[in-house]
Design a protein around this ligand. Structure first.
Ligand code: NAP
Length: 486
């Protein structure tokens, strides 16, 4: 069963309420929480954007998008709690009316979710401040990307910080809301089995992969200015790396966890012009076959423009501390890959000596695979004896736990968990300002090294696992990318 912890009545304002994220993720997540009885009846969800809609028009738009999820009667009940205000973040009109709506419920927890382009964060926070809306229990949620580099992240954080304190600021990274990621904490710190082995004496290497089958599609405008390093590595993948690598926090108190993650970020070895060519590979998809269809290359999707934006990155990161010295963390992410899969693979060292005959088969290394998507779960690959007579034959098999199968329920979407965490004021799974800055400090020199090299990203066919140089990156070290089907 999903968590049924109650929350106080709240107003949740979604700036960018007509946008893709709001309609595809945030409102369905809120609707699911409503179906589970977790949205108090007098709470309000307020969509805000420039489009000239009223409450009825907005509800009709959402109804069309949400109707597939459940029966219409429940949906209409939910939509009675949804409102809309039209305004422009950069213009005065509409703000007085919006402020009056919000101030009508002074006792409510209020959440301002900035689901717009980050260029608007400064304007939005400024106007929320001017209209005196940071009252009582208010929080602001910032969607990624927080800036384009360290300087722009600082500009946004400074502007937000003029209106909202750090404890009111929730920088969301939805990967941290995934069940598997929270399960990583429980596996590591709730079992006596793993933590004694969780270090360079026993772990050979770690792989973190986030592969998408889709291309950039309608997000091309945003993506062209971001690229895979900014879009995936600087935030989601570094956060996953931190969860794998951090020291045990003293508790799950927000700052206890975030202090430990920050130490990992500070311990990452620099990748810059001196070593980027050895430690990183960037690629860009060309036309190919993906999911059975012929698809365009990235540049063709952009109307044929020549561009050096990467749609694929593989890199080898290292953490310079006692626990992880000499253990590589291989990170790989790309669009137009053959499968949609996000996983963390922890590979243990081989046994020091084999007592088995060569004819028994090979001894494979143990692997712990934490799958974030598509089907959240955990697999522990072990060597066992093939059952039955006929001599001792070794088999490498997974202890496989799909959460959906094991618990007989579909896991809630990460946003369901995170949105209610914001209402409850629990920032444990959100990024603190210094984490975002440390991540940019590490990513910045990689971007600078690529820019200085003047080299174009390597081309790869859509529907492949990226440029061959990515295979070479890991095979040079005598290792291979994990393939769950092997
Ligand atoms: P989007 O589809 O382009 O939506 C943008 C929203 O902002 C629309 O509702 C738009 O409506 C509104 N807006 C634009 N200019 C405005 C202004 N001046 N004043 C008030 N509202 C304005 O973008 P999105 O994909 O939902 O993404 C939103 C944010 O989430 C971005 O920062 C994105 O990087 C991040 N994000 C998105 C996803 C995703 O899956 N989509 C995933 C992770 C993070 P009007 O044009 O009517 O004003």
């Amino acid at each position: 069963m999903a968590s049924q912890q109650s929350v106080e009545p709240f107003d949740l304002v979604i700036f960018g309420g007509t946008g893709d994220l709001a309609v595809r993720k945030l409102l369905p997540a809120l609707f699911h929480r409503f179906l589970d009885g977790q949205i108090p009846p007098n709470s309000r969800i307020v969509g805000v954007a420039r489009e000239g809609l009223d409450d009825t028009g907005y509800r009709a738009q959402l109804r069309e998008a949400l109707v597939q999820i459940c029966d219409a009667a429940k949906l209409d009940e939910f939509l009675q709690q949804v409102f809309y205000r039209a305004l422009d973040a950069r213009k005065d009109a509409g703000w007085d009316d919006f402020a009056a709506l919000i101030k009508a419920e002074p006792e409510h927890v209020r959440v301002f979710y900035l689901s717009t382009s980050p260029e608007l964060f400064v304007d939005l926070c400024g106007r929320l401040g001017q209209h005196g809306l940071n009252l009582g229990q208010s929080r602001v949620v910032l969607e990624k990307p927080i800036g384009h580099d360290l300087a722009s992240a600082n500009r946004i954080n400074d502007a937000v910080g003029k209106v909202f304190s750090e404890s009111q600021t929730f920088r969301i990274d939805h990967y941290l809301g995934k069940e598997t990621v929270q399960n990583l904490l429980v596996l590591r710190f709730g079992n006596a089995l793993f933590e004694p082995l969780w270090n360079s004496a026993h772990i050979d290497h770690v792989q973190i992969s986030v592969a998408e089958t889709v291309g950039v599609g309608h997000r091309a405008g945003y993506y062209e200015h971001a690229g895979a390093l900014r879009d995936m590595v600087q935030n989601h993948m570094l956060q996953l790396l931190c969860m794998v690598a951090m020291e045990p926090p003293s508790s799950l108190a927000p700052d206890a966890v975030r202090d430990e993650k920050l130490k990992v970020l500070h311990s990452l070895k620099a990748i810059d012009a001196g070593n980027a060519a050895q430690l990183t590979v960037r690629g860009q998809y060309r036309a190919g076959v993906a999911e059975g269809d012929h698809v365009l290359g990235y540049q063709e999707e952009l109307g044929g423009s020549k561009t050096g934006t990467e749609t694929f990155v593989a890199l080898k990161a290292e953490i310079a501390n006692w626990r992880w010295a000499g253990v590589p963390f291989y990170l790989r992410t790309g669009k137009r890959m053959p499968d949609r899969v996000s996983e963390i693979v922890v590979t243990f060292k081989p046994v020091p000596h084999s007592i088995f005959d060569a004819g028994s088969g090979t001894l494979a290394q143990n692997r712990l695979v934490l799958r974030l998507q598509p089907d959240e779960g955990v697999k522990l690959w072990l060597t066992i004896k093939h059952p039955g007579p006929g001599g001792l034959r070794l088999r490498h098999v997974p202890l496989d736990m799909s959460f959906a199968e094991a618990f007989g329920v579909q896991q809630p979407d990460a946003y369901e968990r995170l949105l209610l965490d914001v209402v409850r004021g629990n920032p444990t799974l959100f990024m603190r300002r210094d984490e975002v800055e440390a991540a940019w400090r590490w990513a910045g020199p990689i971007l600078a090294a690529w820019a200085a090299s003047g080299e174009a990203p390597r081309s790869y066919a859509a529907g492949s696992w990226g440029p061959s140089a990515s295979v070479a990156l890991i095979e040079r070290d005598g290792r291979t990318w994990h393939d769950d089907n092997e």
